[in-house]
Design a protein around this ligand. Structure first.
Ligand code: TRP
Ligand code: ZN
Length: 882
C-alpha cells in the first residue's frame, strides 16, 4: 500500500451505534481444504438508535461471494456493491429482513491464522478482533449481538470431530455421501468475534462439572491424537477455575457443554469463544517430562483467563475495540487472583509485577506508549498489549485497593447484574463501582486515559520533638506520544512505618484519621502526609504490594533498604528492597564499566541475599524470587538513556560472580537442603523447592568453578523432570561453553519429536550472550524443526533473540537489528500480526547509545521503505519512528 493510501485512524470520539442490527445468524459451513463454503442467513432490522434510511454495510476480507438473496429473492447486481473490504446493500427496505449470503474461502491458504484456517490438518477459526469478516460478510463490530446456530458439514474421514459454540443440537450422516454434519446452537447473544468452529481428527478427555446450582456441564479438552495424557492438568485447572469463579465472584457457567481445543498454529495464547475456547497447544499440553513448572503455571493461568471471560468478556462484552481493557484488564486481574489463591499470593504478586515492569513499563516509556484505553488506532491487532492487559489489570487492582474487599465486590456484583447482555464501556464499569460505593471516580478514571508510568518521589523525615513522621510525595507524569499536558492522578499508595524492632507502627494521620488499610490517597502534584505518635525513627515501606503501577524513588539509604529486606512485614516490599539495592549497584557498576573504572563491591546486596538465604522461615518460592538478580533489561530500563547493553552485561556478570563467591557455602547448603523428595508434582510447594534449588545452582555456577559446573552437569543428567533438566541445560549453555554443545545435542536427541520442547531448545540458543548467537539463530532457521509459518517456532527463535538477548540483538555492528528486520519483512507477507509483534521488540530503541540507536533506526527505516507492508507492520514501524 502506498503511503497516501494509508486509511485514517479509527477514533473513539467517532463512535456511532450500528445502523442495522442482526438478531439471528444461521451458518451452514461445508468444510473443504481449499474451498470451504459458507451460507449465512442473517435476520436483520434497522437499529432505532442508528441513522434512519441507512444502507447495509457488511465487512468482508478475502471472501469470494457466490450468491446473495434478500427475503429469498436473488439480489439484482445493481442493488449492491462489493469491494475488497465490504459488501454494501445500497437501498435496502427499512424493515426487518433476511439476507442469505454464500461465500467461499480457502482455509489451507490462510496463513494469517485469522478467520477459518487449518492447523496440522484441523480446521479451526480465530475471529477476534476482526476475523469473522474473513468467513462471511457481516457487521464485524462487537456491539452487534446475535444468536447463532451453526451447521458444520465435513468428510467424516477428514474431520470426525465437529464442534461449535453453545450446545450440541443434532448430528448425523449426510445421506448418500461420505460426509457427516453437526448442528450447534448458542442461546446467548454474542458479537461475531466470539464465533468459533472446529473440525478435525482429535482425541479428547472429558469430565463432568456440577455447578453451584446443580447443573451438569460436560467438559471436553480436544488435542492432537495421542496427546490426551498431556491434557489432564488443563482439565484440573479448568474445574478449579469454574469453582473459584462461583465462590469468589458468584459467576456460574451457563451452557450444557464447555469445550477446549488445542491447536499447534495460533497467533496468541488462547481465545475465549463462547463455549468453545481455542488454545495454542503450548498452553494446554503438559507432562512432567515435557513441561516446566513455569509452563504449568502458565497453563493454569490461561485456562482460568479464558474461562473467566465467559462473564467478563462474553456475557458482558465491549461496545467497541477501544474498550478492550474492559474485558482484558479485568480478566487478567481475575486470573491473577485465581492463581494467587491457588498458589502463593506474595510470590504471584512478585512475578506479576516483574512481568509488568519487564514488558509494560518499557512500552509505556517508548514510542509505542498508549493509554490503557487508547483513543485512536490504525490496526486494532496491535493493541493487544502489556498496557491493555497488564496495566489494565493493575487499574482494576487499584480500584479494589481503594474500595476495599467488600466495596469492590459490591461494584462487581452491580456490574455483572446491570450490564449482563450488554456491549459495555469503561464508563459503564466505573459507574457501577461509584454507584455501589457512593464515591466519585472522576480522577481515578485518568488511569484509563493518560499513558506513561507516573513517577512518584517520596522523602521521609522524622521529627523527634513532635514525635511525628512526614512523607513528602511528588508525582510527575512523563510526556508520551500525543500527550504532553497531563493532570495529576489518584494514586493509592499503600505504606507502612516499620519500627526499629521490625514491627509496623500504628498509622494515625495528623488530622486524627487513620490511613485506611494503610493506603495514602495521593491526588496532588505534591502532597505531604504527617503521622503522629511516632516515638522512634521508623523506616518507611512505600507502595506496599505494589499498590500503584508507578516508578517510585525515595531518599532511602541502603541501610534502610537492608532493614526492609530483612524485616518488612509486606513480602512484596521485602523482595523489592533487595531488588532496589541490586539495581542501584548495577546502575553504578555499569557506569564504572563504561568509564573503564573498577566496579564497586556489592557488599550491601550480598548482605541482603545472605540474610534471605539464612532465614529458614521463608517460603522457598519467595526466597528464589528474592535471590534473583535483576535482568539486563531491568538494568537498561533503570538507566533509561544512552544504554550500552555490553556494559550492563559485564556489570551483571561480574556481580553474579561476586555474589557466587561470597555466598557459595550458603548456596550449597540450600541446594542440598532443598533436594527433591518423592515424585515430581507440579503443585506450588513442590515447584517452589525446585525454584530455590535451581536458583542456588545458577548462582553457584555463576562463579564458573569446575566444581559448580560439574554439579550443573550432574543436575542435567539426573533430572527426572523438564524443570530441572531444562534449567540445568540453560546453565550449561550459558556458563559452560565446553559442555554446551554436547548437552544441547543430548537434549535435542531426546526430544526431537516434540515441537514444544524443541522450541525451548531453540529459544535457549537464541539467548546465548555470545557473538556466535547470530549465526546460530540463522542456522536454526534452516533446521528441519523450524517453520516460518508457525508462530510458536518464530517466537521461540526470533522472538527470544530480539526480546531476551540484549547484547546480541543490539550488537554494535547492527547485525542483530538486521536479522530481526529481515525476519519481520519475510513474515509480514504471511502473517502480519506475528510480524508486527516481532517488530515491537524495537520499542526501546531510542534509549540506546548513539551507535546502536542509529543502527536500530536504519533497520526500522529499511522495514518502513518496503513496498506492500501490511497495515499491522506499517502501524508499528510508523509509531516506532514517529
Ligand atoms: N481475547 C484473547 C485473550 O486475551 C486474545 C486474542 C485476541 C487472540 N486476539 C487474538 C487470540 C487473536 C488469538 C488470536 O484471551
Ligand atoms: Zn483475554
Amino acid at each position: 500500500m502506498s503511503r497516501d493510501a494509508v486509511p485514517p485512524p479509527v477514533r473513539l470520539g467517532d463512535y456511532r451505534p450500528p445502523d442495522w442490527l442482526v438478531d439471528t445468524v444461521h451458518l451452514d459451513v461445508r468444510l473443504h481444504p481449499s474451498a470451504a463454503r459458507i451460507v449465512a442467513r442473517l435476520t436483520m432490522r434497522p437499529n432505532p438508535a442508528g441513522r434512519a434510511g441507512s444502507p447495509i454495510v457488511l465487512d468482508g476480507d478475502e471472501l469470494s461471494l457466490k450468491a446473495i438473496t434478500l427475503d429469498g429473492v436473488p439480489l439484482a447486481g445493481t442493488a449492491y456493491v462489493v469491494t475488497p473490504t465490504a459488501l454494501t446493500l445500497l437501498a435496502p427496505p427499512q424493515r426487518p429482513l433476511t439476507l442469505e449470503i454464500e461465500t467461499v474461502v480457502n482455509p489451507s491458504a490462510n496463513t494469517k491464522l485469522m478467520g477459518l484456517y487449518r492447523s496440522s490438518g484441523t480446521y479451526c477459526t480465530q475471529c477476534e478482533a476482526e476475523g469473522f469478516r474473513r468467513i462471511t460478510y457481516f457487521p464485524d463490530r462487537p456491539d452487534v449481538l446475535a444468536v447463532y446456530t451453526t451447521r458444520i458439514e465435513a468428510e467424516r474421514e477428514e474431520a470426525p470431530v465437529l464442534l461449535g459454540n453453545g450446545n450440541p443440537v443434532e448430528s448425523g450422516a449426510v445421506e448418500g455421501t461420505s460426509r457427516h454434519y453437526a448442528v450447534w446452537h448458542d442461546p446467548w447473544p454474542k458479537p461475531c468475534y466470539l464465533f468459533a468452529l472446529v473440525g478435525g481428527r482429535l482425541d479428547r478427555i472429558t469430565e463432568d462439572f456440577v455447578t453451584a446450582t446443580g447443573k451438569k456441564v460436560a467438559l471436553g479438552i480436544y488435542v492432537e491424537p495421542g496427546k490426551t495424557e498431556r491434557a489432564g492438568y488443563a482439565m484440573d485447572a479448568l474445574k478449579r477455575s469454574m469453582r473459584w469463579d462461583e465462590e469468589v465472584f458468584g459467576c456460574e457457567y451457563d451452557l450444557d457443554v464447555f469445550n477446549i481445543v488445542a491447536v499447534a498454529d495460533f497467533n496468541m495464547g488462547a481465545m475465549e469463544n463462547k463455549g468453545l475456547n481455542i488454545f495454542n497447544d503450548k498452553y494446554v499440553l503438559a507432562s512432567p517430562q515435557t513441561a516446566t513448572d513455569a509452563d504449568y503455571a502458565n497453563i493454569e493461568a490461561i485456562i482460568a483467563h479464558e474461562y473467566f471471560h465467559n462473564w467478563t468478556g462474553n456475557r458482558i462484552t465491549c461496545r467497541d475495540w477501544f474498550q478492550l481493557c474492559l474485558k482484558e484488564g479485568l480478566t487478567v486481574f481475575r486470573d491473577q487472583e485465581f492463581s494467587a489463591d491457588a498458589r502463593s499470593r506474595p510470590v504471584k504478586r512478585i512475578s506479576d509485577v516483574r512481568l509488568l515492569k519487564g514488558h509494560q513499563f518499557p512500552e509505556d516509556a517508548g514510542p509505542l506508549a498508549h493509554p490503557v484505553r487508547p483513543d485512536s488506532y490504525r490496526e486494532i491487532n496491535n493493541f493487544y498489549t502489556a498496557t491493555v492487559y497488564e496495566k489494565g489489570a493493575e487499574v482494576v487492582r487499584m480500584l479494589k485497593t481503594l474500595l476495599g474487599e467488600e466495596g469492590f465486590r459490591a461494584g462487581m456484583d452491580l456490574y455483572l447484574d446491570r450490564h449482563d447482555g450488554d456491549a459495555a464501556t469503561v464508563e459503564d464499569f466505573l459507574t457501577c463501582f461509584a454507584d455501589a460505593n457512593g464515591v466519585d471516580l472522576t480522577q481515578f478514571a485518568l488511569w484509563y486515559a493518560q499513558s506513561g508510568t507516573p513517577q512518584v518521589t517520596v522523602s521521609g523525615s522524622w521529627d523527634a520533638a513532635a514525635r511525628s513522621y512526614r512523607l513528602d510525595v511528588v508525582q510527575t507524569l512523563p510526556p508520551t506520544p500525543g500527550q504532553s499536558e497531563k493532570q495529576p492522578m489518584l494514586i493509592p499508595l499503600a505504606v507502612g512505618l516499620v519500627g526499629p524492632d521490625g514491627q509496623d507502627l500504628p498509622l494515625t494521620l495528623d488530622d486524627g484519621s487513620n490511613a485506611e488499610r494503610g493506603v495514602l490517597l495521593v491526588t496532588q502534584p505534591r502532597q505531604s502526609f504527617v503521622f503522629r505518635d511516632i516515638a522512634q525513627r521508623p523506616v518507611p515501606s512505600l507502595n506496599r504490594g505494589f499498590s500503584a503501577p508507578v516508578k517510585l524513588s525515595s531518599d532511602m539509604s541502603t541501610a534502610d533498604l537492608l532493614f526492609l529486606a530483612r524485616h518488612d512485614s509486606d513480602p512484596f516490599n521485602r523482595f523489592d528492597a533487595a531488588q532496589t539495592i541490586a539495581l542501584g549497584h548495577l546502575v553504578e557498576a555499569t557506569a564504572a564499566a563504561r568509564a573503564g573504572a573498577d566496579l564497586p563491591a556489592p557488599d550491601a546486596l550480598v548482605a541482603a541475599l545472605g540474610a534471605t538465604l539464612d532465614d529458614g522461615t521463608l517460603d522457598p518460592a519467595f526466597v528464589a524470587q528474592a535471590l534473583s538478580i535483576p535482568s539486563e533489561t531491568d538494568v537498561a530500563r533503570e538507566i533509561g538513556e544512552d544504554v550500552d547493553p555490553d556494559a550492563i552485561h559485564f556489570a551483571r556478570t561480574t556481580l553474579r560472580q561476586a555474589v557466587s563467591a561470597a555466598l557459595a557455602p550458603a548456596l550449597e547448603a540450600a541446594y542440598i537442603r532443598h533436594a527433591p523428595s518423592g515424585a515430581y508434582s507440579p503443585e506450588a510447594a513442590s515447584a517452589g523447592q525446585r525454584a530455590l534449588r535451581n536458583t542456588c545452582l545458577d548462582l553457584l555456577a555463576a562463579g564458573g568453578t569446575a566444581e559448580s559446573l560439574a554439579r550443573a552437569q550432574a543436575h542435567f543428567e539426573t533430572a527426572d523432570n523438564m524443570t530441572d533438566r531444562f534449567f540445568a541445560l540453560s546453565l550449561l549453555a550459558h556458563a559452560a561453553p565446553q559442555a554446551r554443545e554436547a548437552a544441547l545435542a543430548a537434549f535435542h536427541e531426546r526430544f526431537r519429536d516434540d515441537p514444544l520442547v524443541v522450541d525451548k531448545w531453540m529459544a535457549l540458543q537464541a539467548q546465548i550472550a555470545e557473538p556466535q548467537a547470530l549465526e546460530r539463530v540463522r542456522g536454526l532457521t534452516h533446521h528441519a524443526a523450524f517453520a516460518w509459518s508457525n508462530p510458536n517456532r518464530v517466537r521461540a527463535l526470533i522472538g527470544s533473540f530480539a526480546g531476551l538477548n540484549p547484547t546480541q540483538f543490539h550488537r554494535i555492528d547492527g547485525a542483530g537489528h538486521e536479522l530481526v528486520a529481515d525476519a519481520v519483512i519475510d513474515i509480514d507477507g504471511r502473517n502480519p500480526q506475528l510480524a508486527a509483534r516481532l517488530l515491537a521488540a524495537f520499542k526501546s530503541w531510542r534509549s540506546l547509545e548513539p551507535v546502536r540507536r542509529a543502527s536500530a533506526e536504519a533497520a526500522l527505516r529499511r522495514v518502513a521503505d518496503k513496498p506492500g507492508l501490511s497495515p499491522d507492520v506499517t502501524d508499528i514501524v510508523g509509531r516506532s519512528l514517529g
